[in-house]
Design a binder for this molecule. Structure first.
Ligand code: HDE
Length: 700
């Protein structure tokens, strides 16, 4: 079976045999018996009791009663997609993994993105880490890269994970708050575990509210090991970089989207793939020779540390494109089972104690979630490589094993399946020596300097967002000592940061720095440096009412859709609006069914009558003002400028002499402006957000 680009896709070929379509079929029981009625139970007389003999009723209800399985204990809320991975540069010098050495291969993948803390039905745009888990269906077996959109983690040792998760999840007495980190137990954990500080800086940054899964980085987090044909190991960190750049929502916007469209990121992923606007990521590696293990000021085995890209550049070696939506959410996205231990020859582990803890957890958790040891046989989990072993029986065994011998060694099946030989996995032979102890290595003791590095690397607007996030989250904590504890740790990260946070949450600001800021930064950590040159998949709202300048609507919509964006014409009601020169303009959606938070930009075309109507409509005025406050591109032509003014934008000069910035506000009058406005608007939308905009005086 070929993918959309005409490539043969062995995974899809395998899946095709499992797809069940209702077309042209008759309704049957699970035994294949055609039924004559599925709306009425079998009963004794028209108004009589239902009969136990009604096998159809019992089967139907019983199956329904058992439809639910336990949700994932973390990362319960997720969205998946298929795609493929292609390699541009061979890593044969470092690894024997075929999919990382043979540039002629295309490897099918399934990716699941997720939030961490919320339950399966929680909103997408909460402040949280995002999971970025990739299953590579390689010819040598499945390789699972189970990463996140942040390169570090909260804790250094897997044994603390249950404590951490209990702290971040809703509180046990009342299950409040859902999918939020803004509550006492999480921050109590944080103030007592300074190793969380680096990760908390990431979680309080814009990274925690991605605009789209297509605009999100991914990281393997741990240091893994590549092993080459000679058995030489090289440390490696895995990276995904989105082609569209890394971009985020505004916090106020994210909260509102949680109500307006809780499926915002899921819908965005689905629509992009459906529209052929395929999310694309560059796959990169940071490689460190084994002899350089101790050359850093931190321990490579410590998952609360990054290797700054300026010290070890990320080498781009491949591309992943997500180009196929799943066909059944439960069968594929819910039942997909990732496991860090799913590796292929040439990829191995390190002694990172967080990684080691995970190696136990992922297989174990599937046993309860998917009901037994045969979950690798579920279609989405099946490798494309043949599976032959002596595992037998268990719940939901799908395969029929006719061989007499189900043991090794055997002579009855000709000694098969045979063990070993070329292409088989053998563990990296690392020398290990030591006493059995429960003790963290001293090399894991520095919890602040990379948190400081992150802070120093932020643009001013990113710093403002981080301070705002800490204030928001800690401001929701009832216990003053918890707030104070966190501020005390922040004072080790950066004194200014600690003071700014303290001032917003009623905590006495620390008087002096405990640790001097080391002043180092890593520009690669800032989203300000991320590519912002495309409007691909961006959503633009065009506001209209009767009398709208249809020419302006068409000019802007054509230019933006031509560049890959999606334009919706919004009016008070569905249907059509009358154009100024006669004719009609099709309305895509009625304004009350959407909101400005669901769009990346808004454009108000001219037409006196249309703009006058919009100016009387609170929804329209609010739409424009809110887009402005969320730092989005705002465009207006001719009379349309009037609606911006009505919303308090562009021409307002305040008593303090402060003029609202026109950064990202694209306006113009007359034929020349009509000519050039679409291109200017495209540029403003591509810039993502105009974070430095002075928006204090526009209410929304
Ligand atoms: Fe996970 N994690 N995790 N985790 N994790 C799970 O596995 C766990 C950690 C990550 O879309 C669970 O199948 C432990 C780091 C993702 O299906 C569970 C520890 C990173 C997903 C589990 C960690 C992750 C999970 C829950 C500390 C980033 C979603 C359901 C030792 C590198 C995968 C499941 C999907 C899911 C355990 C820490 C990423 C319970 C014990 C670090 C993306 O097994």
């Amino acid at each position: 079976m070929a993918d959309r680009a005409g490539r043969e896709d062995p995974k899809q070929e395998q899946m095709a045999g499992r797809r069940v379509s209702p077309e042209g079929t008759q309704l049957t029981t699970d035994q294949g018996l055609r039924v004559d009625d599925t709306d009425n139970s079998l009963s004794a007389g028209e108004r009589g009791p239902s009969l136990l003999e009604d096998f159809h009723l019992r089967e139907k209800i019983t199956h329904f009663d058992h439809e639910r399985i336990p949700e994932r204990v973390v990362h319960a809320r997720g969205s998946g997609a298929y795609g493929h991975f292609t390699l541009h540069e061979s890593l044969a010098e470092y690894t024997t993994a075929e999919f990382l050495t043979d540039t002629s291969l295309t490897t099918p993948v399934f990716v699941r993105f997720s939030t961490v803390a919320g339950s399966r039905g929680s909103a997408d745009t909460v402040r949280d880490v995002r999971g970025f888990a990739t299953k590579f269906y390689t010819r040598q077996g499945n390789f699972d890269l189970v990463g996140n959109n942040m390169p570090v983690f909260f804790i250094q040792d897997g044994i603390k994970f249950p404590d951490f998760v209990h702290a971040v999840k809703p509180e046990p007495m009342n299950e409040i708050p859902q999918a939020q980190s803004a509550h006492d137990t999480l921050w109590d954990f944080v103030q007592l575990q300074p190793e969380t500080m680096h990760m908390m800086m990431w979680v309080m940054s814009d990274r925690a509210i991605p605009r789209s899964y297509a605009m999100m980085q991914g990281f393997g987090v741990h240091t893994f090991r590549l092993v080459n044909a000679e058995g030489r190991g090289t440390f490696v960190k895995f990276h995904w970089k989105p082609k569209l750049g890394t971009h985020s929502l505004a916090w106020d916007e994210a909260q509102k989207i949680s109500g307006k469209d809780p499926d915002f990121n899921r819908r965005d992923l689905w629509d992009r793939i459906d529209d052929g606007d395929f999310p694309e990521y560059e796959f990169g590696v940071q490689l460190v020779a084994e002899e350089d293990e101790h050359r850093f000021g931190f321990d490579l085995l410590d998952a609360t540390k990054i290797i700054p890209e300026e010290e070890v550049p990320v080498r781009p070696v491949g591309t992943m494109v997500l180009d196929r939506n799943p066909e059944n959410f439960f069968a594929e996205t819910e039942q997909v089972a990732f496991h860090l231990g799913n590796v292929v020859p040439g990829i191995d582990f390190t002694n990172d104690p967080l990684l080691q803890g995970r190696l136990f957890s992922y297989l174990d958790t599937q046993l309860i979630r998917l009901g037994g040891p045969n979950f690798p046989q579920i279609p989405v989990n099946r490798p494309i490589a043949p599976v032959r072993n002596h595992h037998r029986d268990g719940y939901h065994q799908m395969d029929v094993h006719p061989a007499q011998a189900s043991y090794h060694k055997n002579s009855l099946s000709g000694g098969c399946p045979a063990v070993g030989g070329a292409g088989s996995f053998s563990h990296y032979q690392e020398r290990v020596d030591g006493n059995k102890i429960r003790k963290r290595s001293e090399s894991f003791a520095d919890h602040y300097s990379q948190a400081t590095l992150f802070w120093n690397s932020m643009a001013d607007w990113e710093k403002e967002h981080i301070v705002g996030a800490f204030r928001f989250e800690l401001g929701k904590c009832d216990h003053m000592h918890v707030r104070e504890g966190v501020v005390a740790h922040l004072n080790h990260v950066d004194h200014d940061l600690a003071v700014q946070v303290a001032e917003g949450i009623g905590v006495a600001p620390p008087e002096a720095a405990v640790t001097a800021n080391h002043g180092r930064s890593s520009p690669a950590l800032s989203q300000a440096d991320s590519p912002a040159d495309s409007v691909q998949g961006r959503k633009i709202a065009i506001l209209a009412a009767d009398g709208v300048d249809a020419g302006a609507v068409t000019a802007v919509a054509d230019a933006l859709t031509g560049a890959g964006a999606v334009c919706d014409v919004l009016a008070a009601k569905d249907g059509r609006v009358r154009a100024d020169g006669g004719g009609q303009v099709e309305v895509t959606r009625a304004m009350p069914t959407v909101a400005s938070v669901l769009y990346d930009a808004v454009f108000v075309p001219g037409g006196e009558e249309s703009v006058q109507t919009l100016a009387q409509d609170g929804d329209a005025v609010h739409f424009v003002a809110e887009a402005f406050v969320h730092c989005k591109a705002v465009g207006a032509l001719d009379a349309g400028i009037g609606l911006l003014e009505r919303a308090g934008i562009t021409t307002v000069e305040f008593a303090d002499g402060n003029v609202v910035s026109d950064d990202g506000v694209v306006t113009g009058e007359g034929p020349a402006a009509r000519e050039e406005l679409p291109a200017r608007l495209i540029e403003a939308v591509a810039a993502h957000r105009h974070w430095t905009r002075d928006k204090a005086h526009v209410p929304a």
